[in-house]
Design a protein around this ligand. Structure first.
Ligand code: NAD
Ligand code: UDP
Length: 310
């Protein structure tokens, strides 16, 4: 049994991670300021004696009593709608929050795990994206607050590793979806499913030819735990490497939900990456992990969750 601190543990991915860690017998201290997360996400965990929740902003000093074996830093808003709404908080949690979590790891002698992102590749000139690609990011564009915070977080993590000897892991997460995303999260899968279920128009931005590769949450968490438990520092891409255009995704959602919503084209956000697909060579060879849930099945499971909420 390990004692694991999970920042952002009341969020979408964080709550699934807490659940998986508890499921294998670990003790979890979840720290979250609930800025995009929710107590509902961890409602089924709070009665577990191995789980505790602390409401706290990890950009401020973090104190955890007792021993800590692992610090997993997932706290950060992650939806492009938040980049506009709370840009300074995003920069702070990626910068100061990562610094605080690394400090906690250093004093506790704990392994540090950073949730980084495919956004470090920006609008990629190399396709698919291997970990060796340095990216194409506009630092002063609307996505810069998130992309640069994560790039800085990676740099800080590697500096604590090389300078202080902290044992670190970095995962670069590609578009992941599933139950417990917020219905109004703004990201494409939750938007499309909720629009389809409500019979509202499906809002495809631009001409819908931009692509993403969507990973179901269970696959994502399995990949992250494989990285956490193994000897490799990373960064390692974790995602699904089957690529879809946004028009193709809209069709899948309409088919799976049996919806008669119409597809409408809306304005493409500035700096929206034109394509994204992980090169999973590192993950499959070093972690012996690969995603197994196809898009149709993951969308069906996610739609069942949103249907319940409606
Ligand atoms: P989310 O918004 O559901 O979860 C983020 C959680 O962090 C929320 O519970 C939020 O309240 C908490 N948080 C934010 N700022 C905080 C702060 N200062 N102090 C304490 N808690 C704070 O988003 P998610 O999709 O679950 O993303 C989790 C992590 O994974 C993020 O670091 C994100 O950058 C990364 N990521 C996610 C995806 C994806 O597709 N879901 C892709 C790439 C990277
Ligand atoms: N998108 C869309 N309609 C929506 C929301 C998003 O067409 O209602 C597009 C968006 O422009 C982008 C893709 O879907 O090209 C993925 O967007 P998301 O915000 O989910 O993730 P990210 O852009 O960060 O990969």
């Amino acid at each position: 049994m390990k004692r694991v601190v999970v920042t952002g543990g009341a969020g979408f991915l964080g709550s699934h991670l807490c659940e998986a860690l508890l499921g294998r017998g670990d003790e979890v201290v979840c720290i979250d300021n609930l800025c995009t997360g929710s107590i509902d996400n961890i409602a089924s965990l709070v009665d577990n004696p191995r789980f505790s929740f602390v409401e706290h902003d990890v950009s401020e000093r973090i104190t955890v009593d007792g021993p800590v074996d692992v610090v997993m830093h997932l706290a950060s808003p992650a939806s492009p709608v938040d980049f506009d709404r709370i840009p300074i908080q995003i920069l702070k949690v990626g910068g100061l929050g990562t610094y605080r979590c690394l400090g906690l790891s250093l004093v506790k002698g704990a392994r540090f795990f950073l949730a980084s992102t495919s956004e470090v590749y920006g609008d990629p000139a190399v396709h698919p994206q291997p970990e060796t690609y340095w990216g194409n990011v506009n630092p002063i564009g609307p996505r810069g607050v998130y992309d640069e915070a994560k790039r800085y977080a990676e740099a800080m993590t590697m500096a604590y590793h090389t300078h202080h000897g902290v044992d670190v892991r970095i995962v670069r997460i590609f578009n992941t979806y599933g139950p417990r995303m917020r219905p109004d999260d703004g990201r494409v899968v939750s938007n499309f499913i909720n629009q389809a279920l409500r019979g509202e128009p499906i809002t495809v931005y631009g001409d819908g030819s931009q692509s993403r590769s969507f990973c179901y949450v269970d696959d994502q968490i399995a990949g992250q735990l494989a990285l956490l438990d193994g000897p490799h520092t990373g960064p390692i891409n974790i995602g699904n490497d089957v690529e879809f255009t946004m028009l193709e995704l809209a069709e899948v959602v309409l088919r799976v939900t049996n919806s008669s919503s119409e597809i409408v084209l809306a304005e493409l956000p500035q700096d929206d990456p034109t394509r994204r697909r992980p090169d999973l060579t590192e993950a499959t060879t070093k972690l012996s992990w690969k995603p197994v849930v196809p898009l149709e099945e993951g969308v069906a499971r996610t739609a069942a969750y949103f249907e319940q909420l409606l």
